[in-house]
Design a protein around this ligand. Structure first.
Ligand SMILES: *Cc1c(COP(=O)(O)O)cnc(C)c1O
Length: 222
């Protein structure tokens, strides 16, 4: 294998093995701009970042038809830097964040698509909200009036340590997704990362978030 084409080959390898209706989000956090460019050149357009600052830096340097996804913990005071171009925010955890997004998006005359991040494992460092908290947001009267923000699905992260738990966790997230799909018309279930995307696909993931599997180990770049 030509070492220059490792990223491209990995990408095509994964794409060949997964169903056509499952989207790949290439998670480029702590990866080089040139790595993003490699995937861009072969036609990939969806990239995910965890930090707003890093996303903005990359956005400025890269082609403008890239669809940027925010997948990390949200720093509310920095949301204003991405609302003009963000494609999808996966990691919404409360009504306050939604309110801020709605207000900024109004100024830009945009409607921002978001997902609610649900906590599906009991590891302390994993963020997300419960099914009850998510349902409360979706039924919130103030939220229902907001015109510049839309919730179109949910996201979740499985246990890092215990792979045998992952089945239950993804199955649980799928059940919530089914409920919201019939009640609110949700159409995005963001679940599965490099180590568990195959399991996530079995449970009906519509978008898998792959970082290290495509790009290799993360380096500090920015
Ligand atoms: C970093 C990250 C990923 C990608 O992780 P890999 O294990 O490198 O595939 C996916 N989703 C979220 C929320 C992340 O923070």
């Amino acid at each position: 294998m030509n070492h220059k084409n490792i990223i491209e080959n990995k990408y095509f390898g994964i794409k060949k093995l997964i169903p056509k209706d499952v989207q790949i989000l290439a998670v480029s956090k702590n990866q080089k701009i040139s790595s993003v460019e490699k995937l861009y050149k072969i036609g990939h357009r969806d990239f995910g970042e965890n930090y707003i600052q890093e996303m903005v830096k990359k956005y400025k340097k890269l082609p403008k038809d890239i669809r940027w996804h925010m997948i990390g913990r949200i720093q509310s005071n920095k949301l204003k830097y991405i609302i003009s171009f963000i494609h999808l925010i996966h990691s919404i955890q409360n009504i306050k964040q939604i309110n801020i997004i709605n207000k900024i998006a109004f100024k830009y005359k945009k409607v921002i698509n978001c997902l609610l991040q649900i906590k599906i494992c009991d590891e302390k460092n994993k963020s997300g909200i419960t099914f009850q908290e998510a349902s409360k947001i979706l039924e919130d009267e103030d939220f229902k009036k907001m015109k510049n923000v839309k919730i179109i699905g949910i996201m979740g992260m499985s246990s890092f340590q215990e792979l045998e738990k992952v089945h239950n966790e993804f199955s649980y997230l799928r059940k919530i997704y089914n409920k919201y799909q019939s009640k609110y018309g949700h159409n995005i279930l963001s679940m599965g990362m490099s180590r568990d995307y195959n399991i996530a696909i079995k449970y009906g993931s519509t978008i898998i978030r792959l970082g290290t599997l495509i790009f290799g180990n993360r380096k500090k770049t920015i």
